[in-house]
Design a protein around this ligand. Structure first.
Ligand SMILES: [Zn+2]
Length: 522
């Protein structure tokens, strides 16, 4: 369905029609050249258009879409009337595209896909699904966590330093203070606050006491910092500290999240190891001495700032590496990357695509649930269809009844034994019934217009969107969006020298269900 230009922009003054073209290297793409895209758009428009073209830049997966940004600026300034694209996916990945198109439409731009048309129904459904899919995912995860939280039980992962897991009478696992570790925690706070020393020096003094770490590795400043900042030490059990937020200022078009900060804080005095005042003083001193922060990564990758080194506590940086099979991204200890092997002996390096596959795997339970949701939608749709059918049947029955009545009246009119006066009354009745019949016939037509085909299309679109999401969860989001997602459902992780990934000790969100699935890993 190709919409042709109809010159509706005449009254809009300086508004113009434009096209956006981009070379996409998607596997399912036929590699439509920029030239073909331009030609198709201008043929559909029936005139030359202003071009916004992002050329493929080799070796760059994100960025390199400066023309798209310029286009958005033009749209926001109200200068664009119609925007033609070869396919909607030229604008970006699915979820992103839906939001982009929605934004463009809010700025009064009519977006036309010359190969897909402006099928509002299909796109509307995709839009809802894309937004809902992200929201539902977050909601479900959150709901599950809150539920467990209410039950006050500990379901997975190592407990934060200073705590151990105990089995209560009802068989549920709960946290309790680990007395020996609590001793070390108090020593760390006292040492840090007594003198103006750094975290490394604190680590050295803990080592000197001969205290082992949980994982048997050396005490690093990262471990010390995570203990000093763990609010569980003052009896706070905190879940879902991070929240998805829509950040319009950065230009990132992300699915719409609720802006409410819905973290849950439980107070449990039985878990207290440090008094409030000591804890606050430590936070103040940490803030004042914040010099050893890892330098901000230039590009946000899915696991940026989520992986920490078990050896030195430093954050793992993403780096690119190419071999004959293609380019991969790896994560390795940032300290080791910057200062060489003598700085840290953790040689572990993790492939980004494999980590993403684990996230995907851990999410499969959620998607299986989504299949249930889809079935519900299908049930509702067929119910509506059924209602349609019974209405059709009812109307047809009434029409048949009316036909019978009209037939009888017509026969009476033809009966020579009936006198003229009576026939006049019969003729009035006949006219009345014929009017009623016509009404019924129109009602039947109206029901038929809501055709079965519409319903089938709707379901097919829904199913397609879900399958797409299930098959390529990470592919639907930008790396920055995946990064936020990982922050929300997994939280910080520690990478052991043998390449295993465990939940970061002292992370107050250790309990997270999904994380357990990822961290268990292979
Ligand atoms: Zn390291």
């Amino acid at each position: 369905m190709v919409t042709t230009a109809n010159g509706r922009n005449g009254h809009a003054g300086r508004k113009y029609d434009a096209l956006y073209a981009r070379y996409s290297s998607h596997a399912q793409d036929d590699g439509t050249s920029i030239a073909v895209q331009i030609e198709s758009c201008e043929r559909a428009a029936g005139k030359p258009l202003k071009h916004f073209i992002d050329q493929a830049k080799t070796g760059r997966t994100t960025g390199g879409r400066t023309e798209l940004l310029r286009l958005m600026e033009e749209a926001e300034a109200g200068r664009i009337n119609k925007l033609y694209v070869y396919k909607y996916d030229r604008l970006g990945r699915a979820a992103e595209t839906h939001v982009l198109v929605e934004d463009l439409e809010q700025h009064g731009v009519e977006v036309v896909s010359v190969t897909e048309g402006t099928n509002a129904l299909a796109r509307g459904v995709q839009l809802v699904v894309a937004a809902d899919y992200s929201r539902v995912l977050a909601e479900r995860t959150r709901a599950g966590l809150v539920q467990r939280h209410r039950e006050g039980c500990w379901t997975g992962g190592p407990p934060p330093y200073g705590y151990r897991i105990v089995q209560s009478d009802d068989g549920k696992k709960r946290l309790a203070v680990h007395e020996e570790e609590a001793e070390t925690v108090r020593f760390i706070f006292e040492t840090y606050l007594a003198e103006s020393i750094g975290l490394k020096e604190v680590a050295r003094r803990v080592r000197a006491r001969g205290v082992p770490t949980r994982l048997g590795g050396p005490w690093g400043f990262g471990t010390i910092r995570s203990i000093l900042t763990n609010a569980m030490l003052i009896g706070e059990v905190r879940y879902l500290r991070r929240c998805f937020k829509l950040d319009r200022n950065t230009g990132r078009r992300v699915p719409r999240w609720s802006d409410e900060d819905r973290h849950v804080v439980n107070r449990d005095e039985s878990l207290r190891i440090i008094d409030d005042e000591t804890f606050e003083r430590a936070q103040a001193q940490l803030a004042a001495n914040r010099v050893n922060r890892p330098r901000e990564a230039k590009e946000v990758r899915p696991f940026t700032r989520h992986l920490f080194c078990a050896g030195c506590g430093n954050v793992f940086y993403a780096r690119k590496s190419a071999n004959s099979k293609g380019a991969y991204r790896y994560y390795a200890c940032g300290h080791r990357q910057s200062h060489g092997p003598e700085a840290c002996d953790n040689r572990a390096s993790l492939r980004e695509d494999k980590l993403l596959a684990r996230v995907q795997e851990a999410m499969s339970a959620v998607f299986d649930d989504m299949d249930g949701v889809l079935d519900e939608v299908a049930a509702m749709a067929s119910e509506a269809l059924e209602a349609n059918r019974s209405e059709t049947t009812r109307l047809k029955g009434e029409i048949a009844e009316a036909d019978k009545f009209i037939g009888n009246l017509t026969r009476l009119l033809a009966d020579p034994d009936i006198e003229a006066g009576a026939k006049k009354a019969i003729a009035r009745q006949l006219a009345e019934h014929e009017g009623k019949r016509e009404e019924l016939r129109q009602a039947l037509e109206a029901v038929a217009v809501q055709s079965v085909a519409d319903m089938d299309d709707l379901m097919a679109d829904c199913r397609q969107a879900f399958l797409e999401a299930k098959a390529n969860f990470a592919g639907l989001m930008t790396p920055a969006q995946v990064n936020r997602f990982v922050a929300e459902v997994v939280g910080p992780m520690t990478v052991l020298p043998d390449g295993r990934v465990v939940q970061k000790e002292n992370a107050a969100t250790t309990e997270e269900v999904v994380a357990a699935g990822i961290v268990r890993g292979r």
